[in-house]
Write a protein that binds this ligand. Structure first.
Ligand code: GDP
Ligand code: MG
Length: 440
């Protein structure tokens, strides 16, 4: 498995702090194999790996986590980000009727998905929905949609034999306007491959019906060809989203990444069976887990991160309960700032700390944080524990070692002193229980 292979890559560098470029590159070779095994198209996998590598290099490895596990978590997060961190609902909030046009290759699941979405819009959003089949290529296609319509309790446009797709679309819109439908779903014909005739038809239908949503329906088992399908359709019609079907099968879901990369459009739904309720909003987290096949590792790293945060907060709270607040504590706080929603916010909640708000918010600026961290690392452990030892000579050394100025070192020390004063005041006020609970 990917986990074993990554274990081998990283065995030799357990215990090191940050991920080096060479380490990440060898791990990413394995990640690339995992992506290809999940059916991510080759150029997409390559591009994704490059971006993820850039993100991973230099990142700190969490305590109690191996570098390999850390890389998996970083890759997982990058996957989720790329797949879209939110689910995207259908846009039907327009002057009715909203037109949803379904496009895709033959057998991808267009007709089934049309009925599924129609049922969902009817039941969940209380919309009045009309479906129309524009598939005049296959003899039984229009009847297939009518049957599904009866099953789903959704109206379908009456079949008129001999009509062409554009005319059917126009008739559907006209009926919808006359009868007060909110949404019209247009189920179009497919082909085995993307070809000019099909694209001409799609464009003509789109021009005649001005859809608010044009959804590309793709079988999640489409492997390397997913890129060509996506390019073929995206180049000709204005897609607004993608629906991946057959996610109930063996597919690892790599097509999702390919689709997203090529079309740039959100994946809105996943088909998870043949039944008319078997559709759900697309869940990037779940699919990322499926593509990597490393869900266990990801949750392990997440748990480790949470544990560390809690442990650090507890240590700090215990120290402060004794009225102690040294530069190590300051350093820990700086590190936690972002995770905790900012010390600026925290300061504004606590009595006596309001004055610190500005300074803390300034320190939260990432560049400033890096500078502060550099100065703190240039100090010895003894200096951090006993800031009163830091005399003029030491200040010069710390400034030189961190590439900052003595003035900046002074500012840091002043900031610490102010915070320490507040901590002492708080102790006298007996407000530490409250403070500790805020950190916990
Ligand atoms: P179209 O040619 O694009 O209109 O495809 P159809 O809607 O006719 O679907 C082709 C076949 O795929 C049918 O047998 C459907 O029941 C099946 N199908 C569609 N979506 C799904 C899905 O999400 N999961 C499974 N297991 N089968 C599906
Ligand atoms: Mg069909």
């Amino acid at each position: 498995s990917l986990s074993d292979r990554l274990g081998n890559v990283f065995d030799k560098l357990r215990g090191r702090g940050a991920l080096s470029e060479a380490d990440v590159r060898s791990a990413m070779r394995e990640v690339r194999v995992a992506l290809l095994e999940a059916d991510v198209a080759l150029p997409v996998a390559r591009d994704f790996v490059d971006k993820a590598t850039e993100k991973a290099v230099g990142q700190e490895v969490l305590r109690s986590v191996t570098p390999g596990q850390m890389v998996v978590k970083i890759v997982n997060d990058a996957l989720i980000e790329m797949l879209g961190s939110d689910t995207a609902e259908l846009n039907v909030a327009v002057n009715p009727p909203a037109v949803i046009m379904m496009v895709g290759l033959q057998g991808s699941g267009k007709t089934t998905t049309t009925a599924k979405l129609a049922k969902r819009l009817t039941e969940k959003e209380r919309k009045k929905v009309l479906m129309a089949s524009l598939d005049v290529a296959r003899p039984a296609a229009q009847e297939q949609l009518a049957v599904l319509g009866r099953q789903a309790n959704v109206e379908t446009l009456p079949i008129v034999t001999g009509q062409q797709p554009v005319d059917i679309a126009k008739r559907a819109l006209q009926s919808a306007r006359l009868q007060g439908f909110d949404v019209v779903l247009l189920d179009t014909a497919g082909r085995l491959h993307v070809d000019d005739a099909l694209m001409g038809e799609m464009k003509a239908v789109a021009a005649a019906s001005s859809p608010t949503e044009t959804l590309l329906v793709v079988d999640s088992l489409t492997g390397q060809d997913a890129v060509n399908v996506a390019k073929g359709f995206a180049g000709e019609v204005d897609l607004t989203g993608v629906v991946l079907t057959r996610m109930d099968g063996d597919a690892r879901g790599g097509a999702a990444l390919s689709m997203r990369a090529v079309t740039g459009k959100p994946i809105k739904f996943a088909g998870v069976g043949e039944g008319l309720d078997a559709i759900e909003p697309f869940h990037p987290q779940r699919v990322a887990g499926r593509i990597l096949g490393m869900g266990d590792v990801v949750s392990l790293v997440e748990r480790a991160a949470e544990t560390i945060q809690v442990e650090d907060a507890e240590k700090l709270a215990a120290k402060m309960a004794k009225g102690k607040f040294d530069l190590d504590d300051l350093r820990m706080q700086l590190g936690q700032m972002q995770k905790m929603g900012g010390l600026g916010a925290l300061a504004s909640m606590m009595p006596g700390m309001k004055g610190m708000k500005g300074a803390m918010e300034k320190a939260q600026d990432t560049k400033a944080l890096v500078h502060l961290e550099a100065m703190l690392s240039s100090m010895t452990a003894k200096e951090r524990a006993r800031p009163d030892l830091i005399n003029a000579k030491r200040k010069i050394r710390i400034a030189k070692g961190s590439g900052r100025t003595v003035q900046e070192v002074n500012k840091l020390l002043k900031m610490h002193q102010e915070m320490e004063t507040v901590m002492k005041k708080l102790k006298k006020m007996g407000g530490l229980g409250k403070l500790a609970s805020l950190f916990g």
